[in-house]
Design a protein. Structure first.
Length: 443
């Protein structure tokens, strides 16, 4: 309905002849109307833009005039962002109207995205220690884990992370345990689950020394030989071990850490009470292999890492060595065990006779063991008597090895003939020490 003085919205408005309507030259706000002196308002519809040719500014350089063959050869460099600015502009203009080149450029760009360095799926082995140290620095524990038990804590945690990532079928992947018996390599075939059962059984030696339950059961005969304990555990199972063995193994490792923390009485373990862990039954003379508790925990950390590497190799999983600080402690333990192992091999006729026994603490012939790389260092090994004082003054041989390679030798995973990177001096002494290192291995 149309009222007086109102414009029908469907009718065109009456425009003044001279354009004096609203917004016109003589309308309100126009140039001829009285106002506040403001300049003319801009039109509501913007005017067309002026061409760059009419502005007087210099024109941009046109793209390089390159033929199709040259532009196609530049696609690889363009995908890698290795072209110059002019070449890249020429390629991009060409891709706008050449379909085959545009498809090839997309494929090259996708391929470039795959050209990155292959990274390990495993975390940095030192990351966990740094996080824990930072946390403990803010809030120290009431009962700290002794320093000599930290490598075992770290290696069991790393192995548990590996086990958490593998599938059910991979628990039955074949694994071959390897070690040296006298002068010959031997092996035993098992599965991933069988390896964890082996670690559970041998860790039980430490559990027994601490007064904890034996994973072989209360009715199992007491055994100190790691190989016999493992075979007994495997035979006692009605079925081959499965992933169910992970729970008891992890629970036992946690219990060992808690117990040694209470037993040690401090971060340096001064209150360990002189506990020892036997690793063999007594021989005819009543001698047996045994280690102090702190060395035994380091030995268990070493074996956990070695067998974790066996598992990782079986399931094609990336696995790094321990942190350099922990690796150094493992190498140091092996170096400290070498004189006694060498003397035992000499008594068994597996090593050359001593050149001359000396009193404990007296200087004797020595071999310099130089371990390079991560966790490396230098050790002097007495050759004729375990209690002799070894030093550079009586050095007769020098052996250089990589740190991880030395550990593989001590684990029986590499032959003594292939281990040393450099050898100088008495060849017989070098052979005896390298074979003594391989003899440190066991199932």
């Amino acid at each position: 309905m149309k009222g007086p003085g109102r414009q029908d919205p469907f009718e065109e408005p009456d425009l003044p002849e001279n354009g004096g309507g609203a917004g016109g030259p003589s309308g309100p706000g126009g140039a001829d109307s009285p106002g506040d002196g403001n300049s003319r308002r801009p039109p509501r519809i913007p005017l067309p833009r002026a061409s760059i040719e009419d502005t007087g500014h210099p024109l941009p350089d046109p793209p390089l005039a390159l033929d199709h063959r040259v532009l196609k050869s530049l696609l690889g460099a363009w995908a890698l962002a290795a072209c110059s600015v002019d070449e890249a502009l020429a390629v991009e203009v060409h891709l706008g109207h050449c379909g085959p080149c545009a498809e090839e450029a997309l494929r090259l760009r996708d391929a470039v995205g795959l050209l990155h360095q292959e990274e390990s799926l495993d975390l940095d082995p030192g990351l966990r220690n740094r996080v824990i140290e930072n946390c403990l620095g803010r809030r120290p524990p009431r009962i700290p884990v002794p320093e000599w038990a930290i490598p075992y804590d770290a290696e069991t945690a790393r192995l548990d992370a590996l086990l958490r990532d593998i599938g059910d079928s991979e628990w039955h992947a074949p694994v071959r345990l390897r070690w040296f018996d006298e002068d010959h390599p031997v092996s035993r075939k098992t599965t991933v689950a069988g390896v964890i059962a082996h670690l559970l059984a041998v860790d039980g030696l430490v559990a027994l020394a601490l007064g904890l339950d034996d994973p072989l059961g209360r009715d199992a005969p007491p055994q100190s030989d790691p190989g016999h304990r493992t075979e007994s555990y495997w035979r006692a199972s009605y079925f081959p071990p499965t992933r169910a063995v992970r729970g008891p193994w992890r629970e036992q490792s946690h219990e060992l850490i808690r117990t040694v923390s209470f037993t040690a009485g401090g971060p340096h373990g001064s209150g360990s009470g002189g506990l020892t862990v036997p690793y063999s039954a007594p021989d005819e003379q009543g001698r047996r292999v045994e280690l102090p508790l702190r060395d035994s925990m380091l030995d268990r950390a070493f074996e956990c890492w070695i067998h974790a590497g066996d598992i990782a190799e079986a399931v094609d999983y990336p696995y790094e060595p321990p942190s350099p600080r922990h690796l150094h402690r493992m190498i140091d333990l092996a170096a400290r065990l070498l004189p006694g192992t060498l003397a035992e091999r000499r008594r068994s006729g597996l090593a050359a006779p001593a050149h001359g026994l000396v009193a404990a603490g007296a200087p004797g012939r020595s071999l310099r063991l130089e371990v390079e790389g991560m966790g490396g260092g230098e050790w002097f090994i007495p050759l004729d008597s375990p209690g002799a004082s070894a030093s550079a003054d009586r050095e007769v041989a020098h052996v250089a090895l990589d740190g991880v390679e030395f550990c593989r030798l001590a684990a029986g995973h590499v032959s003594p003939e292939e281990a040393a990177a450099g050898q100088v001096g008495d060849r017989q002494a070098i052979r005896d020490v390298l074979f003594a290192a391989a003899s440190l291995s066991r199932m």
